[in-house]
Design a protein around this ligand. Structure first.
Ligand code: CUA
Length: 145
C-alpha cells in the first residue's frame, strides 16, 4: 500500500467515525428515535391499526406499488404511535415531514419507529424513495383529532 492509499484509508475511517458520532450525538441530544430494524420472522402482508389503549397505538404499514396500506389512519391527539413498515415488492420510503419521520421499506425487512402526535391536524405520509412509475401517487394520511 503506498502512502497516498494509506492516507485515503485513514481519512475514510476518520470520516466514518465522525458520521457515527454525529448520528449518535443527534439521537441523544435531539431526542430523535432512530428507526430500528427488527427481526422479520412474522412479516405481515396486510396493513392494520391496533389500539393498545386510548393513547397508545400501533400502525402496521405495508408500502406497495403504489400505495400505503392503510391509506388513512385516525388517532386521538396525544397518542404515542408505533409505526411498523414493510413492503412485499420494491424499496419504498415513508416520510412524515412534520414529525421528522424518515423510514425505509425494504422487502423482507421490518422497520419500526415510535412517534407522539401531540398536535391535531392532518399529517401527510409520503414515499420518498423513487419506486417506479406510480411513485408520486404514494401518499397516505394520519388524521389526529
Ligand atoms: Cu413508493 Cu416511491
Amino acid at each position: 500500500m503506498d502512502r497516498f492509499e494509506k492516507a485515503v484509508v485513514v481519512v475514510q475511517v476518520l470520516v466514518s467515525v465522525v458520521f457515527l458520532v454525529a448520528i449518535l450525538g443527534a439521537r441523544s441530544n435531539s431526542d430523535i428515535d432512530v428507526p430500528e430494524c427488527i427481526p422479520a420472522d412474522d412479516l405481515y402482508t396486510e396493513g392494520r391499526v391496533e389500539m393498545l389503549d386510548e393513547h397508545t397505538w400501533q400502525v402496521y404499514y405495508v408500502a406497495r406499488m403504489w400505495m400505503f396500506d392503510p391509506m388513512e389512519v385516525e388517532i386521538p391527539v396525544g397518542s404515542e404511535v408505533d409505526i411498523f413498515l414493510t413492503t412485499p415488492d420494491v424499496v419504498h420510503g415513508l416520510n412524515i415531514y412534520e414529525k421528522n419521520v424518515n423510514m425505509m421499506a425494504v422487502p423482507g425487512a421490518l422497520n419500526k419507529t415510535t412517534v407522539t402526535f401531540d398536535k391535531p391536524g392532518e399529517y401527510s405520509v409520503l414515499c420518498h424513495e423513487y419506486c417506479g412509475i406510480g411513485h408520486q401517487f404514494m401518499e397516505g394520511k394520519i388524521i389526529v383529532r
